[in-house]
Structures are given as structure tokens and as C-alpha cells.
Design a binder for this molecule. Structure first.
Ligand SMILES: NC(=O)C1=CN([C@@H]2O[C@H](COP(=O)(O)OP(=O)(O)OC[C@H]3O[C@@H](n4cnc5c(N)ncnc54)[C@H](OP(=O)(O)O)[C@@H]3O)[C@@H](O)[C@H]2O)C=CC1
Ligand SMILES: O=C(O)[C@@H]1CCC=N1
Length: 267
């Protein structure tokens, strides 16, 4: 099976690398198509991919076409793909918002998988949600799930609404965590810690809290209660967050990303 990854940016290259390290595909069976000359020159030096800059040289050779360009580049790309694809090829898209129906209509292929990964895929700790058009067979979907699993965990969702929803939770989610980390590091700096110590204080706190959470069945609320003593420091912080409606604001932010994903699909 030959896979063509279109767009070798943050996510496309992550998937190309992960798939090439797995036993599912042989290295020379991964092709990369990218617009950027700088990216192609860099990838040519890595040598375990076949790198292309003209769709006509690689699209007809692919069994599976993995789309990893920004959503606003998709319309031009679909126009170029339409005359080059052939029946039986499968499209996997990780583009936010772009719907299966749009890809079926604009590329002209019925077999389409829509997936939403996240940035920790770069270190094999990603979460990818996915769903497929009914034309994709169960056996094809098993192979695709194996490919998506090369970057971490996967969950199969019922329909595309949940792809947009997971964009608001796991797809964009790493940025919410970084936002929280940034605020805590700024607070540590303001308290007088050095930049290095601020980084350690915050990153070890996040790592430790997530590991505690993962190693138990306790909810985040129960863990909060374990940290907070009555009348103590944590309660002062949690009360401050409640007074400022931080819980609602975080949910609002996640819904903003969800709604933006839906909007991107309508643009
Ligand atoms: N970043 C993230 O955390 C996540 C991103 N996604 C989705 O992944 C997709 C890619 O995002 P990301 O990797 O961050 O984007 P990047 O901008 O890092 O990478 C996209 C690459 O595609 C190239 N490109 C654009 N148009 C074409 C084309 N027609 N043919 C070939 N190559 C092309 C770009 O070149 P040039 O720079 O020259 O335009 C660039 O190198 C997006 O659709 C996004 O919604 C999903 C989940 C998480
Ligand atoms: O911000 C975005 O649109 C993409 C989708 C999820 C993460 N990054």
C-alpha cells in the first residue's frame, strides 16, 4: 500500500514519520507532496520519503491520500486532485471543519475518512478521533485505524458532529493547557522565581497531576478536594476561580472551538 501525505507541516510530517517507523508501511511507500521548497529540500535530506512538488507525479501512484493542509488551502487542492484521482483511492483528512460531503463532491472520491488528531501526536501521545463515509469497508477502516494509532490513541466516533466536538476538546485542547501553563509561569515569575525555576515548578506540577489522575479512577473534583485543606491556600485559589467563573469560561472556550470547526465546514 502506498500512502501520499499532502502537506508536510506540523501534523502531516508527524504522521509521515510515525507511519514510516511502524511496521504497517515500508519507508519507500510513503510519498510527501508539499508546496514549500524549503520543506522539500529539508525532507530530501532525510531520504526515507519520496518527496514531490507536482500532484500529477504522485497522486496517481497513491492508494491512500492523507490531507494535512490548512482548511483555507483545501479548495485549490481539491480542484487539482479531481482530475488525478481514480476509483478505489481512499482520502484521510485531518483538516479542521472540512466535511466528508465536501471532499466527496470536490475531489470526486466516495471513500473518505475524517480524523482529528492533536499535537502530542508528535511524541506518540496523540488522541485522534475519526469517522468514515459508508463507502469505506470495515477491512479498509481497520488498516486506517492502525495507521492513525501510530501517533497515539484513537477513538471512532459516530458521526462528524463528534469530529467537530473533539476538535474543541482534544484537537485544540493542548493550547488550553499551554495557556494555563503560561499563566502559572507568569505568576511564578512575578513571585520572584527565575525563568528556569518557574518552568520546573509549572511543568512538574502538570506532569505529576496528570499522572496521578491517570493512575486512579478519581474525578478531577475528587483530586481537587485532596489538595485543598479547609480554610487553606488551595481553597483560596479555587474560590478565586469560582468567583471569576473560570469553569464556565473554559467551557465557553471549548465550545468556541467546536463552533468554529462547524463554521469552517460551511465556508
Ligand atoms: N496543528 C495542530 O495542532 C493540528 C492541526 N490540525 C489540522 O491539520 C492541518 C495541517 O495543520 P498544520 O500541520 O498545523 O499546518 P502547517 O501549515 O504546519 O502545514 C501545512 C503544509 O501544507 C503545505 N501546503 C499548503 N497547500 C498545499 C498544497 N496545495 N499542496 C501541498 N502542500 C501544501 C504548506 O506549505 P506552505 O507553508 O508553503 O503553504 C505547509 O507546509 C490543518 O488542516 C489543521 O486543521 C488538526 C489537529 C491539530
Ligand atoms: O487551530 C486549528 O484550527 C487546528 C485544529 C485543531 C488544532 N489546530
Amino acid at each position: 500500500m502506498k500512502v501520499l501525505v499532502i502537506g508536510a507541516g506540523n501534523m502531516g510530517l508527524t504522521y509521515a514519520e510515525a507511519m514510516s517507523k511502524s511496521k504497517i508501511l515500508k519507508k519507500r511507500n510513503i510519498m510527501i507532496l508539499d508546496n514549500s521548497e524549503e520543506t522539500r529540500t529539508r525532507l530530501d535530506k532525510i531520504s526515507h520519503f519520496d518527496v514531490f512538488h507536482r500532484p500529477e507525479d504522485c497522486v496517481p501512484k497513491a492508494d491512500l491520500i492523507f490531507l494535512a493542509v490548512k482548511p483555507y488551502h483545501s479548495t485549490d487542492l481539491f480542484t487539482r486532485l479531481k482530475s488525478l484521482v481514480f476509483e478505489g483511492q481512499i482520502v484521510i483528512s485531518i483538516m479542521a471543519g472540512v466535511t466528508i460531503q465536501t471532499m466527496q463532491d470536490e475531489i470526486g472520491l466516495p471513500k473518505v475518512v475524517r480524523a482529528m488528531p492533536n499535537l502530542p501526536a508528535q511524541i506518540g501521545k496523540g488522541l485522534t478521533s475519526y469517522t468514515a463515509s459508508e463507502e469505506v469497508s470495515r477491512i479498509e477502516l481497520l488498516t486506517i485505524e492502525d495507521l492513525l494509532c501510530t501517533t497515539g490513541k484513537t477513538i471512532k466516533v459516530r458521526n462528524e458532529k463528534y469530529i467537530d466536538a473533539s476538535t474543541g476538546i482534544s484537537g485544540s485542547g493542548p493550547a488550553y493547557v499551554f495557556y494555563f501553563m503560561q499563566s502559572m509561569m507568569e505568576a511564578a515569575l512575578q513571585m520572584g522565581f527565575s525563568a528556569d525555576d518557574s518552568k520546573d515548578l509549572v511543568s512538574q506540577t502538570f506532569t505529576g497531576a496528570v499522572e496521578l489522575f491517570n493512575q486512579s479512577d478519581l474525578s478531577p473534583n475528587s483530586w481537587m478536594e485532596r489538595v485543598a485543606s479547609k480554610g487553606g491556600t488551595t481553597r483560596a485559589a479555587l474560590d478565586s476561580m469560582e468567583d471569576n467563573n473560570v469553569n464556565e469560561l473554559i467551557k465557553e472556550a471549548a465550545f468556541a472551538a467546536f463552533h468554529r470547526a462547524v463554521e469552517l465546514g460551511e465556508e
